[in-house]
Design a protein. Structure first.
Length: 424
C-alpha cells in the first residue's frame, strides 16, 4: 500500500539487495521506536498515559488505544500497529475490472519478490514487523480439545455429511498452513467469514428480482453480520495478518471459490447453507476463546487498534446491534481498552453469529421470521392492538404539534380532529 512504501531507516543491504529492491516493496515495518524489547515491556500503565523508563528515554507514550484524530487510522506514533485507511478504503476509486486487475497484479507482484527474497535469505527479515513482534501463539491441539469439549457438552452441530467433511478438511488445512501463526490464521478466517453473507444477500436479491420471495429484514441482518466480519478483518490487517503475499493469494482465491459454492448450496437448500456457516462460526468461537486463554497476560499489555475502538466504542453502533438478533439494541457495550478486550469481543461476536445462523435455519425450515432487533424492540412493535398503535400515533402527533407552535403544521387524525395541514 502507498502508506507503507519506503525504505526502512537504517536498513542493511546485501550485495543482492539493490537488484531486488528495484522490483520490490520493502517489508512492512513496525515503527522504529518500538523495538521488540520495548514492546515486550509495555504495560497498561502506558495505556493510562504513565510513561515507563523505556518510553521516557524514547519520548514515546501510548495514548488511549493509539487512535488517530479521526478515530479510524493508526497514524499517530502512539500506535504500534499498521495503518488502516480512513473510510477503510483499499484503492483510489472504482474503475474498469481490467484496470483494477492490472493495478493489483503490479502491487501483488512486487510483494512476491519481496517475500521470496526474505524466504531464501537474500533480504533481511524484519523482527519489528507485526505480527511476529507481538509474541502471540495458538495451539492446534488446544483448539481441537475446546471443540471436543463443546460437542461433548451438547454443542455439537448435526450437519450434513458433505458439510462436515468439507469442514474437517478445512480445519486440517488451517492447522498445517498456519501453525503458530495465529494472526495470519485469523485474517484468513475473517476473509472467508464475510463471504457467506455476500452469497446470502446475492441470492435474496435474485429471489426478489424474480418475484419469488422477498425478505428485506433478513438482508438487513446479513448486511450487519458482514459489517461485523469486515471489522474483524480490519483488526487483523492492523495486526499484520495479511503481510505475506502467499497468505493473501490463498485467502482471496479460496474466498472466490467459496462464494460460488455457497451460491449453489443456497440455491438448493438455504438451511444447509446456514448450517455450514454455523459450523464455521462455532469453530471461530473455539479458536478465539483458546487464543485468549493462552495469551491473556500478553494481550492485556497491548493496546487496541484504533479500528477496534472505532467499531466497539466510538463509532455508529447501529450495525453492531443489528446482527445480534437475540439482544436488545444498546444492551451490549463492551470494553475496548486493550487487545485482550478486542479478542474477547470478537469471540463473543462469533457466538452471536452462531445464534443468528440457528435462527436463519429455523426461518428456512419453520418459517420463524428473522428480523432486525431494532424492529423487534422498536416502540411501535410493542403495541399489540390497533388501539394501542393509534394511541402511540396520537402521542406523537401531539408532540409534533407542540413543537410546531400555533403557526406550524398540524397533524390530522380524521374525524377526531378538524385540524388540517396548512399549505404554504
Amino acid at each position: 500500500l502507498p502508506s507503507r512504501v519506503g525504505r526502512p531507516p537504517g536498513g542493511k543491504m546485501t550485495s543482492f539487495t539493490p537488484l531486488v529492491l528495484t522490483f520490490t516493496l520493502p517489508p512492512l515495518r513496525l515503527r522504529p521506536h518500538l523495538a521488540s524489547s520495548r514492546l515486550a515491556r509495555l504495560t497498561m500503565a502506558d495505556e493510562r498515559g504513565v510513561a515507563t523508563d523505556s518510553t521516557k528515554r524514547s519520548g514515546f507514550r501510548f495514548s488511549s488505544g493509539g487512535a488517530s484524530s479521526d478515530g479510524l487510522g493508526d497514524s499517530k506514533p502512539s500506535s504500534p500497529y499498521l495503518p488502516i485507511k480512513e473510510g477503510y478504503l483499499d484503492g483510489d476509486k472504482p474503475d474498469a475490472a481490467w484496470a483494477l486487475a492490472a493495478t493489483n497484479f503490479v502491487k501483488q507482484g512486487r510483494t512476491i519478490l519481496s517475500q521470496i527474497g526474505e524466504t531464501v535469505g537474500l533480504l533481511p527479515g524484519d523482527p519489528l514487523r507485526p505480527p511476529a513482534c507481538l509474541g502471540l501463539s495458538l495451539s492446534n491441539e488446544a483448539v481441537k480439545e475446546a471443540e471436543r469439549r463443546r460437542e461433548a457438552a451438547g454443542g455439537s452441530i448435526d450437519a450434513h455429511p458433505v458439510s462436515r467433511t468439507l469442514y474437517d478438511v478445512g480445519c486440517l488445512l488451517l492447522d498445517n498452513l498456519f501453525d503458530q501463526r495465529p494472526i495470519q490464521r485469523f485474517w484468513f478466517l475473517e476473509i472467508i467469514a464475510r463471504i457467506p453473507y455476500f452469497s446470502y444477500v446475492s441470492m435474496l436479491h435474485l429471489y426478489e428480482s424474480f418475484g419469488w420471495w422477498r425478505g428485506p429484514e433478513l438482508r438487513k441482518v446479513h448486511n450487519a453480520e458482514e459489517w461485523n466480519e469486515l471489522h474483524h478483518l480490519l483488526i487483523m490487517e492492523a495486526l499484520g495478518g495479511n503481510a505475506q503475499w502467499s497468505d493473501r493469494f490463498l485467502g482471496y482465491h479460496v474466498a472466490f471459490a467459496y462464494y460460488w459454492f455457497l451460491i449453489g448450496v443456497y440455491l438448493c437448500s438455504p438451511r444447509i447453507a446456514y448450517q455450514f456457516m454455523e459450523l464455521l462460526e462455532a469453530h471461530a468461537v473455539d479458536t478465539y476463546s483458546t487464543f485468549v486463554k493462552e495469551n491473556r497476560e500478553r494481550l492485556s499489555q497491548l493496546p487496541p487498534p484504533a479500528v477496534a475502538r472505532s467499531y466497539y466504542a466510538e463509532g455508529d453502533l447501529y450495525y453492531f446491534d443489528d446482527f445480534q438478533v437475540d439482544r436488545k439494541p444498546g444492551s451490549r457495550r463492551p470494553a475496548c481498552d486493550s487487545l485482550l478486550d478486542v479478542f474477547e469481543n470478537i469471540a463473543i461476536d462469533e457466538g452471536e453469529h452462531v445464534k443468528t445462523m440457528r435462527a436463519c435455519q429455523d426461518y428456512a425450515v419453520l418459517g420463524k421470521v428473522v428480523v432486525s432487533p431494532h424492529a423487534v424492540y422498536s416502540d411501535t412493535s410493542s403495541a399489540t392492538s390497533d388501539e394501542e398503535r393509534r394511541a402511540l400515533w396520537k402521542q406523537w402527533a401531539e408532540e409534533v404539534n407542540q413543537l410546531g407552535g400555533a403557526a406550524g403544521p398540524r397533524v390530522s387524525f380524521g374525524a377526531e380532529s378538524s385540524e388540517e395541514w396548512p399549505l404554504k
